[in-house]
Design a protein around this ligand. Sequence first.
Ligand SMILES: CC(C)(COP(=O)(O)OP(=O)(O)OC[C@H]1O[C@@H](n2cnc3c(N)ncnc32)[C@H](O)[C@@H]1OP(=O)(O)O)[C@@H](O)C(=O)NCCC(=O)NCCS
Length: 223
Amino acid sequence: MIEKLLPHGVVAVETFEDAPGEQSFPGEESIVANAVESRRREFITARRCARDALAKLGHAPVPIRAGPKREPLWPTGVVGSITHTTGFRAAAVASQSVLASIGIDTEQNHRLPDGVEETITVASEPEMLAALSRRFPAVHWGRLLFSAKESVYKAWYPLTGRGLGFEDARVAIDPMGTFAAKLLVAGTRIDGELPLVELRGRFIVAYGLIATAVTVPSNARAA
Ligand SMILES: CC(C)(COP(=O)(O)OP(=O)(O)OC[C@H]1O[C@@H](n2cnc3c(N)ncnc32)[C@H](O)[C@@H]1OP(=O)(O)O)[C@@H](O)C(=O)NCCC(=O)NCCS
């Protein structure tokens, strides 16, 4: 499912099941040592997906530690992203020569809880969501917007080292399966490359889930 959202050269591995009794990978146990069982399961399975994806890029299995903001710390020269939701775990990785950054996110295709849409939207987004809901009522577009913004954040953070609020990006959704997130704050990058202005992504709704992916091409690829 996730692979359909990604350009050539990006590897995604996903699963709808946990392996019963699977243990944490050496070097990662401390990250989930005190976590509840459901958190351990999602972490262990998604990290396995990540290592399987890295193997397809030719990388030996290594622990994938987490940074101060919980971001996964990938081997040198690799960018990647992890997502998990009930009944689904996935990871996507690419060489830095292909992508500068990537964010993937999955959500259940369920209505957002009351009051949440108001907190994650900026001007013009509520009208867009209402229009999409009228045309395509099987999709919970508020949830899709939420997922798109989570993917934006996951791609944004490693490039900028800064937080990003839901009010800091305006997302325009094309119901054919793409979206564009215009950043409403300065997108200065820590690698000195041109600032981020707009991030682009794709989405799919399948198996009762919403999946979104944002990719930022590397300069080499963009050129
Ligand atoms: C970090 C966040 C996006 C994760 O969302 P979630 O609902 O837990 O979603 P998922 O389960 O799909 O993703 C979790 C994974 O995201 C990754 N992640 C967490 N923080 C991250 C960060 N700062 N940068 C990149 N990836 C990050 C991790 O790999 C994590 O899984 P792990 O802890 O098992 O390694 C969310 O908790 C958050 O903080 N959101 C607020 C910021 C935001 O979304 N702003 C919108 C800007 S428009």
